[in-house]
Design a protein around this ligand. Structure first.
Ligand code: 2AM
Length: 471
């Protein structure tokens, strides 16, 4: 009796995926480099489930039905190559390897080519939702061939999160090669922007009306009941209620203000620049994490450089409403950037992505799940070639109607010297995108002045160069 699914790499994400798969009636084989971890898993949570432990790649592969479906859940980078190399000698034509880690999409492209030349199938699959998602329903972003996807689809649909709106599983075929990992990368870039926008909103409220933790909890809870409803707003509301065991103070106040990062946000910005798609809000979020990590230097600088003083304490209601509007409008702009990055990548790499479908599989399971994604799904379903979310009638109205308070919030941040790079990057994106005229004529003049790079004219076609030094 052979098993229908195999998983290698029993860290928490791997273990939880195995339990999720087994709960849906599939028999699973597991293998982990360190046998001790396999023992622990088997005698703990895996007990009395249709899960078989194996202790060598050979035994693991032999325990699986053909064509084999093998998912790898190890650290991105060399570990993935190492595991593939270990497996390869035991595999047969048509077997499928799924990489469920956060691999860089071009690594996935390379591995796909290598394995396909050996008549094996490879799927690079983004998995989002953290430990909880893996256990009870993640959002899954698989890339590879359609034929290979068809073979894994029943299992993936079974374990994926289901969207609350229509009950559809949050998994869909994304495109060939590295498309799935590309989409996961952009998901994470959007996640960085969401988090930074929320952090700036928190800072803006704190520096103006300084709510107590209970009031912060109330503000975010109320926001979570409206258009901002999302996993990240929901957990933020809860974060304010947690007190520190050691000091009894709010735990948030005891946490060092240095943000970590594993690189997926950085990759998003890097690749966006490579292929020429503007993602200023995401890049602002990456920069903000980097600046936050310079804690010691900032502390030194804070003794030397000073900013303006607070004078908004008595405008409570106005400030809270403005920050809420700014957060929502900024979030729309950040999603507009992320979706257009996908659109650009789809052209660049020939992924043939369906943006509406991608938005739809982010509606549940993943970290950026939000009410907003229902509206984005709808916008692309009604017009699949939508040039920008801001041009959809619903989003146009959402942003236009919040414009005044959005500007008030950003202006307040600037007046008070509160860094709000992501909120303002979104606003600048909106202002640039809606501008029929940008000062790039001056850029062209400068380029032509110092480098004879030439320019075009507004009144005739052709390429021109001026002798600038001649009056
Ligand atoms: P380990 O328990 O033997 O360390 C997350 O780190 C998971 O990836 C763990 O299950 C870990 O196995 C596995 N892993 C990391 N590097 C690996 C490698 N080079 N080969 C195989 N598994 C690896």
């Amino acid at each position: 009796q052979k098993n229908s699914f195999g998983l290698i790499g029993l860290a928490v994400m791997g273990q939880n995926l195995v339990l999720n798969v087994a709960d849906h009636g599939f028999s699973v084989s597991v293998y982990n480099r360190t046998a001790e971890r396999t023992h622990e898993f088997m005698s703990g949570e895996a007990k009395n489930k249709k899960i078989t432990a194996t202790y060598s790649p050979k035994e693991f592969v032999a325990s699986l039905e053909r064509p084999r479906i093998i998912q790898i859940m190890v650290k991105a980078g060399g570990a993935v190559d190492a595991v593939i190399a270990e497996l390869k000698p035991w595999l047969d034509e048509g077997d499928i390897i799924i990489d469920g880690g956060n691999s860089y999409f071009s690594d996935t492209e390379r591995r796909t080519k290598e394995l396909e030349s050996n008549k094996l199938r490879y799927i690079g699959m983004g998995v989002s939702g953290g430990e909880e998602g893996a256990r009870f329903g993640p959002s899954l972003m698989p890339g590879g061939t359609k034929e290979a996807y068809a073979l894994i689809e029943p299992l993936m649909s079974a374990i994926a999160a289901k969207a609350p709106e229509d009950g559809l599983p949050c998994v869909a075929y994304i495109g060939h090669g590295g498309a799935g990992h590309y989409v996961k990368m952009v998901h994470n870039g959007i996640e960085y922007a969401d988090m930074q926008l929320i952090a700036e909103s928190y800072a803006l409220l704190k520096s103006t009306i300084n709510p107590a933790p209970e009031e912060f909890h109330e503000i975010f809870t109320e926001w979570n009941n409206g258009e901002l409803s999302s996993f990240l707003i929901e957990i933020t509301a809860f974060i304010f209620t947690k007190s520190d065991d050691k000091t009894g103070r709010p735990l948030l106040e005891m946490i060092l203000d240095k943000a970590g990062q594993k690189g997926t946000g950085k990759w998003t910005s890097q690749n966006a620049i490579d292929i020429g798609a503007p993602v200023p809000t995401i890049t602002a979020a990456v920069d903000a994490r980097i600046l936050s990590s310079m804690k010691k230097e900032r502390q030194e600088a804070s003794k030397i450089l000073s900013g303006p003083k607070n004078n908004y304490a008595d405008e409570r209601g106005k400030i809270i409403a403005a920050v809420r509007d700014a957060l929502y409008a900024s979030k729309i702009c950040s999603y507009a950037q992320g979706m257009n990055l996908l659109k650009r990548a789809s052209e660049e790499y020939g992924y043939n992505m369906d943006l509406g479908e991608i938005a739809s599989i982010w509606r549940a399971g993943c970290i950026i799940r939000a009410k907003l994604l229902d509206d984005i799904t709808r916008a692309y379903r009604s017009r699949s070639d939508l040039p920008n979310l801001l041009l959809d009638a619903g989003f146009k109205h959402a942003v236009q109607s919040r414009q005044a308070s959005w500007r008030f919030a950003v202006k307040t941040a600037f007046e008070l010297g509160i860094p709000a790079a992501a909120l303002s990057a979104s606003l600048a994106y909106f202002d640039a995108y809606r501008s029929g005229f940008l000062p790039a004529n001056l850029i062209q003049a400068q380029r032509d002045y110092f480098g004879a790079h030439t320019f075009e004219r507004i009144d005739t076609s052709g390429v021109f160069h001026a002798n600038w030094k001649e009056k």
